[in-house]
Design a protein. Structure first.
Length: 432
């Protein structure tokens, strides 16, 4: 798909999810409402502007990989979280300790709107959970035909715009209420304490959230205790204690994941009959699909990177191989050390790519040894590919007899074995 946005039906779902997240009260919303109540609409709208810019920073950060950094590094996540908490508590204490005004509660800054904008910006920006949301959720809507960073920024901006609208509604509503009660002297005197205590409460809540039951940190410390690990045909995944499997990734069947490897959000690692081995320090990016079958095991060496939206099935990948976004590597292929398959490249059935070779963007490698063709060279590709007999190698049906009825019936029988799969409730199968 080469379009920047997903189909309309998917876009509606994405927008609805963004709206639900935006209207759910969090530190940003509570800060905006408090500002509007204590300093009227102009202050609330200034905080909306700052929060919008902070959310945009989170969206851009997630698109360049900060969400992944937060996901795999509990130290980074915790450091940013406590910076945010300390900043909120500082604002609250400063407000409570500032001199009273007989008419209005003092602002948090000598230049109210500028200071409020700044505070809203930092409260939104120093919230790593927003970046985690972008990193975990948005990749599910991304297609392989468009640059992932461009898609991530575009989809993140959709949330930013949605949140700006809902935040402005919160600010205007609270500002209206503030104007209705501003003549009451006791309310004016109390507003300073409302603003200060709210900031301290938000800071304390930010610090405690995740430290007691923070799902991401707990998940990190236990490697994959909330991931979808599935036993298939009596065989279960084995995850090295230092490896990380994202909460919404799926690892099924006879899969071994090595030391310090990372299986990121939405990735699918499915062993059906055969085994899958992922070596040490490998990165499997968002929405990648790794599969094996009874005819073809999948073996990935050390220090390999499997990009977003890739498809890798039943092949051998040696050490230090890079497979870029949207690429496909088919059954029986062998990529030797240091190969590169660039964006949307294809390595076909039983193809052997020699060490250090590069498959250019969108090109096709086929044969043993591999010959590399541009995608418009169908006849040359087919001349080599046809004798490899893809239907026989992959589905067990000779090309002369293969049709879609036989292929789908065969696949239906194989896939029906997943009916007896079991989701592991406690993940004890780990390498020592």
């Amino acid at each position: 798909m080469n379009e920047l946005f997903p189909p309309l039906s998917v876009l509606v779902i994405l927008t609805a999810c963004c709206l639900i997240l935006a209207i759910t009260p969090g530190p940003g919303v509570l800060y905006i409402v408090t500002r509007s109540l204590t300093q009227e609409r102009h202050a609330g709208l200034a905080s909306v502007g700052g929060a919008t810019l902070g959310n945009l920073g989170n969206a851009i950060g997630a698109s360049v990989g900060l969400a992944t950094l937060f996901a795999v590094s509990s130290i980074t996540f915790t450091a940013v979280k406590y910076c945010s908490a300390l900043y909120l508590i500082y604002l609250g204490v400063w407000t409570l300790c500032s001199p009273r005004s007989t008419v209005h509660a003092r602002a948090l800054s000598p230049t109210p709107d500028g200071g409020i904008f700044r505070d809203g910006f930092f409260i939104a920006l120093l919230n790593p959970k927003t970046a985690i949301f972008f990193g975990a959720f948005l990749p599910q809507f991304m297609a392989s035909g468009t640059a992932p960073i461009l898609q991530a920024v575009t989809y993140g901006s959709l949330f930013v715009v949605t949140a700006a609208i809902t935040d402005a509604i919160y600010a205007l509503a609270a500002g209206t209420l503030s104007q209705m009660i501003t003549h009451i002297r006791s309310v004016n005197m109390f507003s300073r304490y409302l603003a200060g205590s709210t900031s301290i409460g938000l800071g304390t809540g930010t610090a405690l959230t995740g430290s007691q039951g923070g799902k991401l940190q707990a998940h990190n410390s236990q490697n994959c205790s909330t991931s979808m690990l599935i036993s298939h045909q009596g065989k279960s995944p084995v995850i090295h204690p230092t490896a990380y499997v994202a909460p919404n990734a799926v690892v099924c069947g006879e899969v071994t994941i090595g030391k310090n490897s990372r299986i990121l959000f939405g990735a699918q690692v499915i062993a059906e009959g055969g085994s899958i081995q992922v070596g040490s320090e490998c990165i499997v990016m968002e929405n990648a699909v790794l599969r094996s079958s009874s005819r073809h095991d999948l073996k990935i060496g050390n220090n390999c990177l499997i990009g977003p939206n890739t498809h890798v099935a039943g092949c051998i990948i040696d050490n230090e191989v890079f497979i870029a976004t949207g690429a496909a590597v088919f059954h029986g292929a062998h990529l030797e050390k240091g190969c590169e398959v660039r964006v949307n490249g294809v390595v076909h059935l039983k193809t052997k790519v020699s060490a250090g070779k590069t498959i250019p963007i969108g090109w096709v490698a086929v044969g043993d040894p591999a010959r590399i063709f541009s995608p418009d060279k169908h006849q040359q590709i087919w001349k080599i590919q046809k004798p490899l007999n893809f239907p026989l190698s992959v589905y067990g049906i000779d090309r002369q007899e293969a049709d879609m009825i036989k292929i789908t019936r065969q696949l239906s029988t194989v896939l029906d074995s997943h009916r007896d799969d079991t989701i592991k409730k406690n993940h004890q199968d780990r390498e020592p």
